[in-house]
Design a protein around this ligand. Structure first.
Ligand code: NAI
Length: 333
């Protein structure tokens, strides 16, 4: 068996982590042959709760889990870690806009960026889940200058999974039949869920999602809105934000980054923008990417119609505004 790798989950006493830790420790992300040392970071008042999570992880009797290190000290949490799931943040409550969260949360990601810079492996892969995820990833990378900028990504895979599920339900096909429905832009209500490059297997033949659904009004209207507002719908129903589905998406994201995507498969990731498709440069923008050897590459050559271009412009503008606000908060801190 391989040597254990160290993996950190922040917000480890929270509700996403409660699902996520089990999936990671079972080998769903790094593989069934990869032993793990899990580092669990939360804030000092949560150490009692975290102790309960540690007990439960022990009681799961998971063969891959070699050691669990609960801590409130970022220096301990990030020491020599190969992969980080940055989940810990103040969660959005019912009726709260994402912008309200920005100033509180970017400070957390500044401090964690500095800790990653000092203590983590230089090839660490960082997935930011805590909101505002795209801008938090940008801030984190900014304060970790010794780590390549492409090693910081933000999660839009939950949005992609939601979009794929909506299309599969509409067509009455299994989820695995639908591919390449992607998310552009910010993980917020301005994101653009785009089915126009999606494909679906129906009765043994491959069709474009656009042709199989054959309802442009739905694909540009109700479908887009349902995906954009799904997080708020879950909060309204559950009185808590999406947790099980967020944990699953975090596993999907890191799994594909670690192991690669299959040929012709696109996955959505918030990554540092190089200006592809007219997106603003130097913000963390969700693009369709393909991954091999642990490196993501933005899929090039997709066609965007005027509708799509207008949606990308809106979400790109929001990301530029968030970046401005975040950097102002960080430099005043
Ligand atoms: P939660 O409130 O249950 O857990 C958050 C945990 O983070 C708490 O235990 C808290 O003590 C901890 N925390 C706060 N500050 C911390 C710090 N400085 N260092 C370490 N831990 C810290 O929240 P939940 O439901 O687990 O959500 C976590 C985050 O994920 C929220 O920001 C939420 O909005 C976001 N989210 C993102 C999604 C995405 O698709 N990108 C989807 C769903 C949620």
């Amino acid at each position: 068996m391989a040597e254990p790798i160290r993996v950190v989950v922040t917000g480890a006493a929270g509700q996403i982590a409660y699902s996520l830790l089990y999936m990671i420790a079972r080998g769903e992300v790094f593989g069934k042959e990869q032993p793990l040392v899990l580092h669990l970071l939360d804030i000092p008042p949560m150490m009692g709760v975290l102790e309960g999570v540690v007990m439960e992880l022990a009681d799961c009797a998971l063969p891959l889990l070699r050691q669990v290190i609960p801590t409130a000290d970022p220096a301990v949490a990030f020491k020599d870690v190969a992969a980080a799931f940055l989940v810990g943040a103040m969660p959005r409550k019912e009726g709260m806009e994402r912008k309200d969260l920005l100033s509180a949360n970017v400070k957390i990601f500044k401090a964690q960026g500095q800790a990653i810079d000092q203590h983590a492996r230089k090839d660490i892969k960082v997935l930011v889940v805590g909101n505002p995820a795209n801008t938090n990833a940008l801030v984190c990378s900014h304060y970790a200058p010794s780590i390549p900028r492409e090693n910081f990504t933000a999660m839009t895979r939950l949005d992609q999974n939601r979009a794929t599920a909506q299309i599969a339900a509409k067509l009455g096909v299994p989820i695995s039949a639908v591919k390449n429905v992607v998310i552009w832009g910010n993980h917020s209500s301005t994101q653009f869920p785009d089915p126009s490059n999606g494909i679906v297997e129906i009765n043994g033949s491959t069709k474009r999602v656009w042709d199989a659904v054959n309802d442009a009004a739905f694909l540009q209207g109700n479908f887009v809105e349902t995906v954009q507002k799904r997080g708020a719908a879950v909060i309204a129903a559950r009185k808590m934000s999406s947790a099980m589905s967020a944990a699953k998406a975090a596993c999907d994201h890191m799994h594909d980054w670690w192991h690669g995507t299959t040929s012709g498969q696109f996955v959505s990731m918030g990554v540092l923008s190089d200006g592809s498709y007219g997106a603003p440069k130097d913000v963390v923008f969700s693009f369709p990417v393909e991954i091999s050897n642990g490196k993501w590459k933005i899929v090039q050559g997709l066609q965007l119609d005027d509708f799509a271009k207008s949606k990308l412009a809106v979400t790109g503008k929001e990301l530029e505004e968030e970046k401005g606000e975040a950097m102002a908060v960080c430099s005043a801190d």
